[in-house]
Design a protein around this ligand. Structure first.
Ligand SMILES: Cc1ncc(COP(=O)(O)O)c(C=O)c1O
Length: 439
């Protein structure tokens, strides 16, 4: 790695030495075994990486930077907010950025979601969603309804309740089997946005019916199962879930932390099905990827249930709840998104990805290539060789971060056609390189 100095004064070697010695990375060992790239700045859809140069970002920093980096409108929103207040506690106090954001979310999300709990991260918003469900039934005198049901293959975050509803076997948290709360698992939905299997819908009805007496809620990622495997399924299963939950008095939670704000081609994945869940989680691109903030929305019914309890409040209140900086940039990001023809942009990226990833279908060790909205996935027949795959992508001038058997990309919506094509070439090169190493 070249030893170019960075703006901070530490040279690249110093940064990497300190990083390896002291800093955990997501799902990383301590000390670190593989040097990460050192990012010096990010602008538009490009990351400037020490010793490498500019890389087109194929990841939107894990679904979040939908408008790209260093966006003048989002920068101004943060700066303007900074001049009035960066943070105040939310207990006993309120402020315009948070109130505006809550109203905006109520207006944009499916009809019936009326109340908004702002928290710090996606995982925490799932914790809050599960707590809402359990507390709703507890408050109505049915404390035995305290399990959650989900389908296999899901991912909902890394804190405790979310881990318990991640895939119990193939998922990242199988280590904790027997320690986590025991939840109920339905089969994984059949693959394919356009594929629908009536028998699977009946399975959902049956398993929800069997466990209804002990179920507080059903939680799923609608339409796209993300970090559990990047699989797509038919929106019609969301309607089946809605019907089964209504029939059996169980709450329905959609985790739209990854899918929210246009990624799948609808503003929210729930919109593909025309379904309103009882509870919805949002995060990631909520702030355009600028600051960490998430939201849990619920219906009047859920809130009213909680209010009838012995403890008639939602007992949750993070220190940075409603953070004004994050709320201000979230408002600006939403204005930016809905103020432009985002559908056309997502469609354009989708069309570009379909064309650019098509050559991967010809590679011998590629099992599947799939695209939905601004999300493209190449699934290999082996565990991706990370070193070979990411190096090949970097040689093509692109940043991607594969996992398991998946090389995938979810570029910012503003990515140009030429850059989408480049990302496609890089993903194909990464698949080729990984296949050669594993052959
Ligand atoms: C569907 C889904 N839910 C929850 C989370 C957790 O969000 P966070 O990483 O912000 O805690 C993620 C993150 O990847 C996610 O994709």
């Amino acid at each position: 790695m070249p030893d170019a100095s960075t703006a901070s004064g530490l040279d690249v070697k110093e940064i990497l030495d300190l990083d390896r010695a002291h800093v955990w990375h997501p799902y990383g060992p301590m000390p670190g075994r593989q040097d990460p790239l050192v990012v010096e700045s990010a602008h538009g859809v490009r990351l400037r990486v020490a010793g490498v140069g500019e890389l087109v970002d194929g990841m939107s920093s894990w679904w979040s930077a939908i408008h790209g980096y260093n966006h003048p409108v989002l920068n101004d929103a943060v700066r303007e907010q900074l001049d009035s207040m960066s943070h105040v506690m939310f207990g006993g106090l309120t402020h315009e950025p948070a109130v505006r954001l809550a109203k905006r979310l109520v207006d944009l999300t499916p009809d019936g979601l009326e109340h908004v709990f702002l928290s710090d991260s996606g995982s925490v918003s799932v914790e809050v969603a599960v707590k809402m469900c359990l507390q709703h039934w507890r408050s109505l005198g049915r404390p035995e309804k305290r399990r959650m049901l989900t389908w296999r293959g899901g991912y909902h975050g890394d804190t405790w309740q979310p881990m318990a509803v991640c895939d119990p076997d193939g998922g990242m948290h199988s280590l904790w089997q027997g320690v986590l709360p025991q939840q109920v698992f339905a089969d994984q939905p059949p693959a394919g946005f356009d594929a629908y299997d009536e028998a699977y819908a009946r399975h959902l009805h049956d398993v929800i019916g069997q466990h209804a007496h002990e179920l507080a809620g059903v939680i799923v990622e609608p339409v796209v199962q993300g970090a559990g495997g990047m699989r797509f399924h038919s929106p019609r299963y969301l309607r089946a879930l809605r019907e089964a939950c209504d029939a059996h008095d169980v709450l329905l939670v959609f985790d739209e932390i990854a899918t929210g704000f246009g990624r799948t081609g609808a503003l929210f994945a729930a919109d593909h099905a025309g379904v309103t869940p009882d509870v919805m989680c949002l995060g990631k691109s909520l702030t355009g990827g600028y600051l960490t903030m998430a939201a849990t929305l619920c219906t009047e019914r859920v809130a009213a249930g909680i209010a009838r309890g012995e403890v008639p409040v939602l007992a949750h209140g993070p220190t940075f709840m409603g953070n004004p900086l994050a709320a201000a940039v979230a408002n600006a990001s939403i204005d930016l998104l809905v103020g432009q023809d985002w559908q056309t942009d997502v469609k354009r990226v989708e069309t570009g990805l379909r064309a650019a990833l098509a050559p991967a279908t010809e590679l011998p060790f590629v099992r599947d290539v799939r695209v939905l909205g601004a999300l493209g996935v190449v699934q290999l027949d082996h565990q991706v060789d990370m070193e070979a795959a990411t190096s090949a992508a970097v040689r093509e001038g692109v940043w991607v971060r594969p996992f398991r058997d998946l090389i995938y990309t979810m570029p910012p919506f503003v990515t140009s056609d030429a850059d989408v094509a480049r990302i496609g070439r890089a993903v194909c090169a990464a698949a080729q390189a990984s296949g050669e190493v594993s052959a």
